[in-house]
Design a protein around this ligand. Structure first.
Ligand code: ZN
Length: 164
């Protein structure tokens, strides 16, 4: 088994921000890093679930909607993935995300939280979702980071896995 690319990112120096983790097959994968991994509490599952519903709704209704392939949370609950069709820049994604988060702050309810529309409809927390959105918005505006530090990973057979 090969070490997959996201495990070669040095998570010990990672700041909240927006990072490009992949550009391949015509798609751009953005890592929206909301918290500092292992140094701050991760986003609570219910807040992240609500943020997923809200962010996916906004992105799929935005002017970029035709290019939105996927919006969904990282398993570590420290950020969100947004996959776009085509070559979007980090700055474009930053502007989209800031407008999205501003919209999240203005919402009075989470969309699609019935048993028919959601796989875990009780796992939602709009107040904490908006607390996270407010803090992340401030970070994107005032303390923006977008450069990953790569780890040098040596595979079992001696090959160096520096990038993919
Ligand atoms: Zn859901």
């Amino acid at each position: 088994m090969e070490v997959i690319q996201s495990f070669t990112i040095d998570h010990t120096h990672l700041k909240p921000g927006i990072y490009v983790s992949r550009e391949d097959k015509g798609f751009t994968t953005f890592d929206l890093r909301i918290t500092e991994p292992n140094r701050e509490p991760a986003v609570a599952a219910a807040a992240m679930h609500s943020l997923e519903h809200l962010m996916a709704t906004w992105f799929r209704n935005s002017e970029a909607k035709d290019d939105v392939v996927y919006v969904g949370p990282m398993g570590c609950l420290t950020g969100m993935y947004v996959i776009m069709l085509g070559g979007y820049t980090v700055e474009q994604m930053r502007q989209l995300t800031m407008r999205c988060l501003q919209w999240v702050l203005e919402q009075a309810e989470v969309p699609a939280t019935t048993p028919e529309t959601c796989g875990n409809c009780l796992l939602h927390d709009l107040p904490m979702c908006q607390w996270e959105a407010r803090r992340y918005l401030g970070r994107l505006r005032d303390d923006f980071h977008s450069e990953y530090t790569k780890l040098r990973v040596v595979l079992d057979d001696g090959r160096v896995f520096a990038d993919a």
